[in-house]
Design a protein around this ligand. Sequence first.
Ligand code: FES
Length: 178
Amino acid sequence: MDTSIPIESPSLSRRQLLNFITGATVAATAGAALYPAGKFFIAPGEKTGAGGAILAKDILGKQIPASQILAEPPQSRALVAGLAGEPTYLIVKEDRTLDHIGLVDNCTHLGCTFPWNALDQQFQCPCHGSRYAPDGAVVRGPAPLPLKIVQVAVIDNSILISPWTETDPRTGKKPWWV
Ligand code: FES
């Protein structure tokens, strides 16, 4: 009489179940290990006001009063931390008020940040030479799209920045980032 135990490969469904359990265990272990590291690198969610508005901040996360930006000469471009911490240019107008449009300092080619060149009246990306007009429209590629814009408002010396979701005034179309 044959008393040997038959050696069978597990059925496909059993194998899939084992693979699933193994995968879930590995994922749970990795997740538990990476969670504290991830929390360290990802900034905690910022409270937003009506329409997703946030307060403009400096690089240290301190709120910037409007009076500080408005002390700059007219036509200045002041860089602040905007939505999701994105560097954002605010524009001081001739009448010493802030323009209601802010420009996100993130090149639409490959995401470099760029300075404002007051002499040429352009934003000029140092990475691959893209140039943008004062309103963020592309003057020269390789940037494929205009700069992302945001809404800017001043209330009680606080600068509020909120997402721009209406028609893009430069193209007359729905914004590419919405
Ligand atoms: S990232 Fe700005 S031109 Fe390439």
